[in-house]
Design a protein. Structure first.
Length: 108
C-alpha cells in the first residue's frame, strides 16, 4: 500500500490535471469552493490531507466525484458525470433551469 504522503501527492496530481483540463486557475478554484488559494495549493501539492468537506467542495467544483480524486478510478458513473457536467457548463442559466426541470419530471 502507498504511504499516506504518496496518496496525497497522487490525489493532488489528479486535482491539478482536472483543474488544468477545465482551464481554471488556482484562484478561480479557490473562489468556486470558498477555500483559500493556499488551501487549494496545499491540496494540489499533497502536503497534507484534505478535510472531507473540502474534498467534496473541490470535487464538485471540478465536476468529478470525490471517489475519482481519492482513487483515480474512473467508473461508468464518473464518465457520465464528466460528460453531463461539461455539457451543462456550456448552457445559459435559463437552459440549465430547463434541464433541471426536465430532470425533476423524469424522476417521478
Amino acid at each position: 500500500m502507498n504511504s499516506p504522503n504518496t496518496f496525497y501527492i497522487e490525489m493532488g496530481k489528479r486535482i491539478v490535471a482536472r483543474r488544468k483540463q477545465l482551464k481554471i486557475s488556482q484562484e478561480e478554484l479557490a473562489e468556486q469552493t470558498g477555500l483559500s488559494t493556499q488551501a487549494v495549493s496545499t491540496a494540489e501539492r499533497g502536503t497534507k490531507a484534505l478535510r472531507p468537506e473540502n474534498l467534496l467542495k473541490i470535487s464538485r467544483a471540478l465536476g468529478v466525484s470525490a471517489d475519482y480524486l481519492l482513487s483515480g478510478e474512473t467508473t461508468e458513473y464518473n464518465l457520465s458525470f464528466f460528460t453531463v457536467a461539461e455539457k451543462l457548463k456550456t448552457l445559459s442559466d435559463e437552459q440549465v433551469k430547463a434541464v433541471l426541470a426536465l430532470i425533476d419530471v423524469i424522476k417521478i
